[in-house]
Design a protein around this ligand. Sequence first.
Ligand SMILES: Nc1nc2c(ncn2[C@@H]2O[C@H](COP(=O)(O)OP(=O)(O)OP(=O)(O)O)[C@@H](O)[C@H]2O)c(=O)[nH]1
Ligand SMILES: [Mg+2]
Length: 283
Amino acid sequence: MKASDILVLGGSDAGKTHYAGQLLGRMRHDRSGRLRVRRGGVDDLSKLEEVLACLEEGRAAGHTPAETWTGIRCELETDDGSSVVLEWPEYAGERLFALVDRRLMPDEWRESVHSASGWMLFIRPSRLKLYEDLLVRPTDVEQGHRAASALTVKGAGWDDRARYVELLQMLLFAAGQSTYKPVGGPRLAVVFSCWDELNGEQGTPEQLLAERLPLLHAFMQSTWRDGMWSVWGLSSLGRALRKDEPDDDFRARGPENFGYVLRPGEVNEDRDLTSPVAWLLGV
Ligand SMILES: Nc1nc2c(ncn2[C@@H]2O[C@H](COP(=O)(O)OP(=O)(O)OP(=O)(O)O)[C@@H](O)[C@H]2O)c(=O)[nH]1
Ligand SMILES: [Mg+2]
């Protein structure tokens, strides 16, 4: 039996926990997906049970507490009947960008980076932090012609177009990967989460990446071997849920009837939420 870790990468509020909860529900109850929970397997899924319980009541689950670092372990069965043990880290998103901000890689990260067979990077397009640059603010525009507020960069820290590239460079270095030749593993899946928040005009997930994060797109194309990286759209819930007020329709129809992915190159929704994980595991 193969053991495979997926390194889940994503900042705060990126949708990691809700996806994990929905994934568990699908793998357990929907036997038509590419991956299924093996009955009687070696599972430790208590963290995700809590998330799924909230969803079953039509409510959103909470933010993952900062001190959390749990490995969720689950034995899966694939279409061809073989088994994979999936290890899935659950942590608070702010820990991820602390790597870039502090330029230090704690041991827990180092281990995951080394052992993971696939990296899944969650990016929520509606929360991207992008600053104006010279392309949208040409230097020959007279200051007096512009609103004063447009000329100041609000907030400190990185622009996301550079931040994700820096993060991947650090992780590749920690994984002992040379970028001299195209990287042949781990596989990398960029997942644009909360796709339902977009206006429907963004085309395929890769088009969105090229448009909103062109530096990251170029970095992935030139660093990973073709076929070893992919870009997905994801809406784990299909709609926004609230923590305090249950959504009656969601509760009545059940979380298993909500959520979809956009497969690489596609603009249509596909109900199999397990497919990005199946792709990362190579099954
Ligand atoms: N509209 C919409 N909202 C979603 C979806 N998935 C998650 N959310 C919301 O997005 C917010 C963040 O989701 P989480 O899954 O908690 O994000 P996280 O990456 O685990 O965040 P941390 O625990 O802070 O690291 C929550 O308020 C969810 O209700 C979705 O598919 N669509
Ligand atoms: Mg979380």
